[in-house]
Design a protein around this ligand. Structure first.
Ligand SMILES: Cc1cc2nc3c(=O)[nH]c(=O)nc-3n(C[C@H](O)[C@H](O)[C@H](O)COP(=O)(O)OP(=O)(O)OC[C@H]3O[C@@H](n4cnc5c(N)ncnc54)[C@H](O)[C@@H]3O)c2cc1C
Length: 384
């Protein structure tokens, strides 16, 4: 006999956005019957999610900051001919802490772990073990939809946490060290100092392809550590990913690719910063939005989240245009010049850019002057 369970809201996917929605509801509406359904063995998978404090509305900081395992009073960027310290606080959430904190706050009976969904509809979910969930509304938060419906470049990376035989001497993260040899597009190394002799080192590319050669990139992480004089005793966690850098596309086709008429959140709803592929700032906004919604019925939820995601997509044409300039007008080996120019701009403008909140004045400031790309190619990229 099929087992059936009823709830007000079912969230499929206990990753970043699914977990944050469940958390925001637990804080705001603790009596709501919400089920969080995760196919993997833990909530949050294997990630380090980082964010600038300026990415998050002050009212949402109490939700997100307790999840952070590490925090710093600023960060650095390094380019040929430019070294800069920026003062905004930077935080990193590890998926281990995310999992532990969520399990502490969410009632155990409302979290299903290791339960893969094989059918997700607007009002019901079927699990691989045969169980069925009937809900007032369902949110599909299972990660990206069909990215081939979008025209993308890629931010791809492989990172390792290194345990060093001596202190590295870094007091705060280096979000981009682009002084390294340029390969496969724009290349930089990303550094998070987790402790005096613990350092997360990520080799990153703004590349035309999403392909990752893990052996090559792991070798470059080791070579980078050696070049800085950091003897590696051993390495622990490793993460890798290829995030979409969206240049163009049809939002409706992408939305439908994740399941027509089903409410969606996170990457699946196209809710990420188009230039970085980062979704944490949107995930927090979405969590508050869903927790405050008065109507969790299937059509109400679908229409509200569709409107929310579509509005973000429409507001972000400027970032897609910049991505076309970066990928189509700049020669791959020269892309770093575009980023170096950006990092010379005003710090508050940089903060608004990462939060997808650039003002018209910011946009003019980014585009004005002499962008370091050939003008004919720039015009073709803008037209395209
Ligand atoms: C390695 C890596 C590092 C990143 N770092 C950052 C960062 O520092 N900052 C940032 O803002 N963004 C970062 N991103 C980008 C983006 O924010 C993350 O990918 C983020 O996790 C996306 O959130 P999500 O909730 O949409 O999807 P996910 O977090 O991927 O969650 C989807 C969840 O659904 C589950 N699932 C899938 N299928 C099923 C199924 N059939 N049944 C049940 N459950 C299922 C998965 O197991 C997973 O837990 C990173 C991405 C990667 C890959």
């Amino acid at each position: 006999m099929t087992r059936v369970r009823q709830c007000d809201l079912a969230i499929v996917g206990g990753g970043l956005v699914g977990g944050l929605i469940a958390l925001a509801i637990a804080k705001r509406r603790p009596d709501a019957r919400v089920l969080l359904i995760e196919g993997g063995g833990t909530l949050g998978g294997n990630h380090i999610w980082s964010f600038f404090e300026s990415d998050v509305a002050p009212a949402d900081l109490p939700l997100i900051v307790p999840l952070a395992a590490h925090g710093w009073d600023g960060y650095h960027v390094v380019f040929p001919g430019l070294r800069r310290r920026l003062g905004v606080r930077y935080h990193s959430i590890t998926s281990e802490r995310f999992d532990a904190q969520l399990r502490e706050v969410l009632p155990a009976e409302r979290v299903l772990i290791g339960r893969k969904a094989i059918g997700v509809g607007p009002k019901s979910v079927v699990l691989a073990d045969g169980a069925r969930i009937e809900a007032g509304g369902v949110i599909d938060a299972r990660g990206p939809g069909d990215l081939s419906t979008l025209e993308c470049g890629w931010q791809k990376f492989l990172g390792r946490e290194l345990h060093l035989a001596k202190p590295h001497g870094l007091a705060r993260p280096v979000v981009m060290d682009a002084s390294v040899e340029q390969e496969d597009g724009y290349r930089f190394v990303y550094l998070l100092p987790f402790g005096p002799d613990r350092l997360f080192v990520e080799d990153t590319y703004y590349s035309d392809t999403p392909d990752i050669d893990p052996v090559l990139l792991a070798g470059r992480v080791s070579a980078y550590a050696a070049s800085r004089g950091w003897p590696v005793a051993n390495s622990s966690r490793e993460e890798r990913g290829a995030l979409p850098v969206v240049m163009a596309g049809d939002f409706e086709a992408y939305w439908r690719s994740g399941g027509a008429q089903v409410a969606k959140a996170g990457m699946r709803a196209g809710l990420f910063q188009p230039t970085t592929g980062y979704s944490l700032p949107d995930a927090i906004r979405t969590a508050r939005f869903v927790a405050e919604l008065s109507d969790w019925s299937a059509p109400g939820l679908h229409d509200a989240l569709h409107r929310f995601a579509r509005a973000a997509w429409e507001e972000r044409g400027f970032y897609r245009l910049l991505n076309r300039l970066l990928f189509k007008a700049a020669e791959p080996g020269e892309r770093w010049r575009v980023l170096r120019r950006f990092y010379k701009l005003d710090e508050s403008l940089i903060g608004r850019f990462y939060a997808s909140r650039s003002t018209n004045r910011d946009k003019a400031r980014i585009m004005l002057g002499r962008p370091p790309v050939p003008i004919g190619r720039a015009l073709r990229a803008i037209a395209g």
